[in-house]
Structures are given as C-alpha cells and as structure tokens.
Design a protein around this ligand. Sequence first.
Ligand code: DGL
Length: 275
Amino acid sequence: MALTGEQIINAHRAIGVIDSGVGGLTVVHEINRRLPRERIIYFGDTARMPYGPRSYEEVRRFTFEMIEFLRHQEIKLLVIACNSATAAGLSYYQAACEQPVLGVIEPGVRAALAKSESGRIGVIGTVGTINSSEYEKALRKKNGSLHIACKACPLFVLLVENNLVDTPEAKKVAHEYLDPLVKEQIDSLILGCTHYPMMENLIQKVVGPSVNLINSAEQIALEVEAILTSSGMSNPLDSDKLRCRFFVSGSPDTFEEVGAKLLQREIKAYQVKLT
Ligand code: DGL
C-alpha cells in the first residue's frame, strides 16, 4: 500500500510521554506492547519529583518545561503520564499544544467504569491529585449515581522510591490508608498515581481479591492507538526493535536501574537541565 506524504512524516515522529519520575514507564511499557512500531521520547523530571505535594501552579510550570523540551523533538502526540500533572491542568496543556494531549485521569475512569459492577469505586493518589477532585468529577460526569471513596496516600510514593514495599511498615501504612476504603465496600480501586502499580501486590493483599485494581496504563495505550489510527498518524514502518529515548532532569543512574526492571530491558537515559 502506498504511503501518503503525511504518513511518512508522522512515521518519523515520536509519541512524547512525560512524568515527574520513573513511574510513567508503566505507560511506555504498555505502548511498547501494543504499538511496537512507534518511537517514544520520555521525559522524567526526577530532579524535582515528587509533584504530589506541590502547588498546582508549580506543577503546571514544571510540566510546561518538559512539554517545551519535547515539542522541539517534533512529537505527534503527548501523554501526560503523571496523575498529579494531569490533575493540575490537563486543559492548559491541551490548549497550548497543537498535538493531541492525553492525560491519565479519563482513561483510568473509563477502565474503572468498565470493570465496576456495583458502582462503588475507590480512588487513591497523591495529595495534589485527590485534593483536585478531578477523578471524582470525571467519574460523576459519566455516572451521577456512583459511590466514590477517595484517599490520598502520600507515603506510598516514598515506600516505592526507597524500595520499602516489602516491609512490615509498608503493610501497616497500606492498611491505614486502605482499610477505610474496604469498609466502603468498593469493588474497584483506581491506582491514581504512577507509582502505585509498583506496589500492586501489597495493595491487592490489603484490599482483598474481590477488589479490581485499575491501572490506567493499558487503557492509555488503547487510546493512543485509537487516536493515531483515526487521525492517520500511526507509524506504518516495520521495525524489529523498540525505539525509545529517555531523558531525565536528575541523575540517570537510578532511573536506568528502576526503568530496566520495569521495562525488562537495559535502558540508557540522558540528563537534561530544564531551567
Ligand atoms: N507521578 C506522580 C503521580 O502520578 C507520582 C509521584 C509524584 O508525586 O511526583 O501523581
């Protein structure tokens, strides 16, 4: 099949993925699985993470700095893989970019609604994400009669960052945060933070096997595919290896180490000063 000029140009453009740190690689993993032909350029603002406790203005400013960097790389679509950055101002980023910009909240909400049978849904995230009520608003917009229980779990990010997930302290903290949600009889729990899929086993143990854990990464990959297909921007070229570039604002070492575990392959990250 002959390719159009537009398809050939887009074939060479990458999908941009940004996060405050390493957690957005869960999204990269899913995009790689679903769309192995697509190039990805990732930016993790590791020097300034966590975003969760920061003001929305500051998070937006930092996010715009990453977006600026990626726009110089000629991306065709941007995924804001960070829940806190999405909650702080997805509509601002969408208004400023000519490319489609996808956040993590809507895909997570769609995945939860598809899974939940009882309509009792829990949401966990950083302080910024939970205080913004963006998940709650998005859920209510789709279905006004849902029972929604939200909880900020700020220590979870620290547990993941410090490799403390498999400790008795982590179990205690998880019970403190999650027991009140279990009491609300939720049947689905949205993991509204990039780090939480990395402690999925512990969370599942604490909430019990009957609660569906919703990790939006898979849904995001599906939506990326839908946007690229419907707008004729898919990469039609065959490639026998994944083509991803990783940039970080902090030291690349830890990012490469954690990232290799997450993506199950060696990765190389380059440090970029944003300011
Ligand atoms: N990436 C952030 C999020 O998904 C979690 C880590 C942070 O607080 O920066 O909310």
